[in-house]
Ligand binder design. Structure first.
Ligand SMILES: Nc1ncnc2c1ncn2[C@@H]1O[C@H](COP(=O)(O)OP(=O)(O)O)[C@@H](O)[C@H]1O
Ligand SMILES: N[C@@H](CCOP(=O)(O)O)C(=O)O
Length: 310
């Protein structure tokens, strides 16, 4: 397949995966975005400019995650490879459980969609499958592609996803600590097996979460209970789990966002732009933030976008 454009603009949202009981399955897109310009060049090779998150830290060559994912997407549809120039404006924090790596992977795939002559070859379904294969799990990639809340799974090695209804009153707070934790490290502390009773508990809570997210936000505290990952990860993010404990004891539906260490609060809007969790969150910190940041974030309802620049 040939290229159909030589300059695209891409925007891709942050995401929060798991949402408590939906380990490697549930995710939600957040109103916090990486944006990038991608140019296809006649000369081979790659140049990358980065501002914001990851500047001076991420690779500026073929190892850059957007570049390698873009190339994988071109290969996937049989398009020819090309020289590339990327200008990345990153806002999603890295290694914090807000889906920065999935955003980079999806950005590359969606950029490839914008560059090729037949964009439909990289449909949303194809993008989720490829991004899931690159990431190893599809729960961030699905909402990054589709927006909103999603439920993703793997079928015969192929990753798929559906969109879930999200109640209008749902309000999200990402409470971001100053420290990083790689997803790889946080996956490394999980056990190979779990007790049958915990698996049964989890299946019920995950099903309940669909109802709570879409229609019954008053059930969110119960529906976000988890026995498969958060407790096992306490040793690598004790501060985050301590905050989750304090907030949940105060009746707030707080969970670890993705593989952490960010804490995500699923709250309800209370009218004036505030949420019913604000008081408990402020009380938990008692005025001493210690480098933590509280980010009120809307649910992104659009997912990744690409437009050709003329
Ligand atoms: N926009 C980006 N451009 C290039 N690489 C990125 C980008 N975002 C994330 N990454 C890579 O992914 C790593 C973080 O991935 P991960 O440990 O899965 O954490 P996160 O929870 O933020 O996804 C970064 O250290 C970096 O190597
Ligand atoms: N299900 C994964 C989610 C990882 O999300 P991230 O935003 O931390 O990359 C896990 O819990 O390992």
């Amino acid at each position: 397949m040939r290229l159909g454009a030589d300059h695209v603009h891409v925007r891709v949202p942050a995401t929060s995966a798991n949402l408590g009981p939906g380990f490697d399955a549930f995710g939600i897109a957040l109103g916090l975005y990486d944006e990038l310009e991608v140019r296809a060049l006649a000369s081979p090779g790659v140049t990358v400019e980065v501002t914001g998150e990851g500047a001076g830290q991420v690779p500026d060559d073929e190892q850059h995650l957007v570049v390698s994912s873009l190339r994988a997407a071109l290969d996937e549809v049989g398009a020819s490879q090309t020289g590339l120039h990327l200008v990345c404006h990153n806002r999603i924090p890295h290694g914090r459980g807000l889906g920065s790596s999935a955003a980079a992977v999806v950005a590359g795939i969606v950029a490839a969609r914008g560059l090729i002559a037949e964009p439909e070859a990289l449909s949303d379904d194809a993008a989720i499958d490829l991004a899931g294969r690159i990431e190893g799990h599809p729960d961030n990639a699905a909402p990054a592609v589709l927006g909103g809340a999603t439920l993703a799974w793997s079928d015969d090695g192929r990753f798929r996803a559906v969109e879930l209804p999200v109640h209008d009153e749902l309000a999200l707070l990402a409470i971001v600590p100053p420290n990083h934790l790689s997803t790889k490290a946080a996956r490394g502390v999980l056990p190979a097996t779990v007790p049958h009773a915990d698996a049964a508990f989890q299946a019920g809570r995950a099903a309940l979460l669909v109802e709570a997210l879409g229609r019954r936000p008053e059930l969110l505290l119960t529906a976000t209970q988890d026995r498969l990952h958060q407790e096992y990860r306490r040793s690598v993010m004790p501060g985050s789990l301590a905050l989750v404990d304090v907030l949940r004891a105060a009746g707030v539906a707080a969970v670890v966002s993705g593989a952490g260490p960010t804490v995500l609060v699923l709250a309800r809007r209370d009218g004036e732009g505030a949420t019913d969790a604000d008081g408990a969150v402020q009380a938990a910190f008692g005025g001493a933030m210690g480098g933590w940041q509280i980010l009120p974030l809307p649910v992104d309802r659009t997912g990744a976008t690409v437009r050709r620049v003329t």
